[in-house]
Ligand binder design. Structure first.
Ligand code: PLP
Length: 381
């Protein structure tokens, strides 16, 4: 089955008792046994649920993996990965990282004796010098947020193999439509399903996908033992969203390209960060590992002041000012005052995250309406 068919058919089949074409929402906490231990593979709702099973199978198929596991949030999935480690173990992570991942690593897991190093991974070979015998996990995010840096998954997976280190890729920004890290040699893929995969800004959930049976057994044990499992209603919503993932992503990419080209040519704009531009420093790697370039774009103004950003945000109408990304509707964010406010100004300036940097999650509205809205909001800035 090809990707555009898998979104609709993988892991799901008509309900045997009624023929219902849509996977039922099995809203139950427990399952009746005919004698102790004599059951149909389902005992208790935290441990197993048929709606969740269908979603897990579907996600595994989308990432070309054998095993999928869902968690109540993206962070719940990341938490499970770190719980496979023990005190003294070391993790090397992308430095330009989702803020919540950074917070979980540093504020929660450092207390338990796990060490984290945050490293610029733009050149894969630079990572080798940070590896020690205690390094157990390489944590990669690509494209990164909000600077849209691209990391070479294949090169880092090779480094991971050589040093017997598990390689996990947070594939949230790309989605499996654009990039499949397991095919590039990674051991594990993580998703915040909250974003492109569910795609309608109506559910929060996370997932892990792998081909490694031992890793899967470990993560499944943690899923049940720590209990960060999603409810069946939410699993249904994600399954429903996935059926249009390929159609939505195609439009996100087309609209993203049009918005990036428009901004690049606009006299008020300084830099545009989008990995589809030939001028992007790792455009070649993006072209090699991604099928297209997505709808996430950041840009800076020639007049780089908070005031410029605030005027733009006040004028823009169709792009809603909100955290999150990947939904059908266009969103706009101001990282310096929102998602990245906790990073000291000097630090963020070093990475190009200036005072007026704006991040767009380009939705699937009519492109002419989006460009008209940007035109009026940028006038004279
Ligand atoms: C949103 C997000 C997460 C966290 O996922 P939640 O579902 O919000 O817990 C992790 N990584 C990336 C890249 C994200 O965008």
């Amino acid at each position: 089955m090809r990707f555009n068919t898998k979104t609709i058919h993988a892991g799901v089949s008509p309900d045997p008792s009624t023929g219902a074409i849509m996977t039922p929402i099995f809203q139950t906490s427990t399952y009746v046994q005919s004698a102790p231990g004599d059951h149909k593979g389902y005992e208790y709702g935290r441990t197993q649920n048929p709606t969740r099973d269908a979603l897990q199978k579907n996600l595994a198929a989308l990432e070309n993996g054998k095993y999928g596991l869902c968690y109540s949030t993206g962070l719940g999935a990341i938490d499970a990965v770190v719980k496979t480690l023990k005190p003294g173990d070391e993790v090397i992570a992308t430095n330009d990282l989702y803020g919540g991942t950074y917070r979980l690593f540093v504020k929660v897991f450092e207390k338990y004796g796990i060490k984290f190093r945050f490293v610029n991974m733009s050149h894969a070979e630079d990572v080798v010098k940070f590896i020690t015998p205690a390094t157990k996990l390489l944590w990669i995010e690509t494209p990164t947020n909000p600077m849209m840096n691209i990391i070479d998954i294949e090169a880092l997976s090779k480094i991971g193999k050589t040093h017997h280190i598990t390689v996990c890729v947070d594939n949230t920004f790309a989605s499996p439509y654009l990039q499949n890290p397991l095919d590039l040699g990674a051991d594990l893929v993580m998703h915040s399903l909250t974003k492109y995969i569910s795609g309608h800004s109506d559910v929060v959930m996370g997932a892990l996908i792998t081909n490694n049976e031992a890793l899967y057994e470990d993560l499944k044990f943690i899923q049940n033992a720590t209990g960060a499992t999603p409810g069946p209603q939410d699993c249904f919503l994600v399954l429903r969203g996935i059926k249009t993932l390929h159609v939505r992503m195609q439009r996100h990419c087309e609209n993203g390209a049009a918005v990036a080209r428009f901004l690049e040519a606009h006299p008020s704009i300084d830099k545009v960060y989008w990995c589809g531009l030939e001028t992007h420093p790792n455009h070649d790697i993006a072209k090699k590992q991604m099928r297209d370039f997505g709808g996430m774009i950041s840009f800076t103004f020639k007049k780089d002041t908070m005031e410029t950003a605030l005027t733009f945000l006040k004028r823009i109408e169709l792009f809603a000012l909100a955290e999150s990304l990947g939904g059908v509707e266009s969103l706009v964010g101001h990282p310096a005052s929102m998602t990245h406010a906790s990073i000291p100004r000097e630090e963020r300036l070093k990475n190009g995250l200036t005072d007026a940097l704006i991040r767009l999650s380009v939705g699937i509205e009519d492109i002419n309406d989006l460009l008209e809205d940007l035109t009026q909001a940028l006038k004279g800035l």
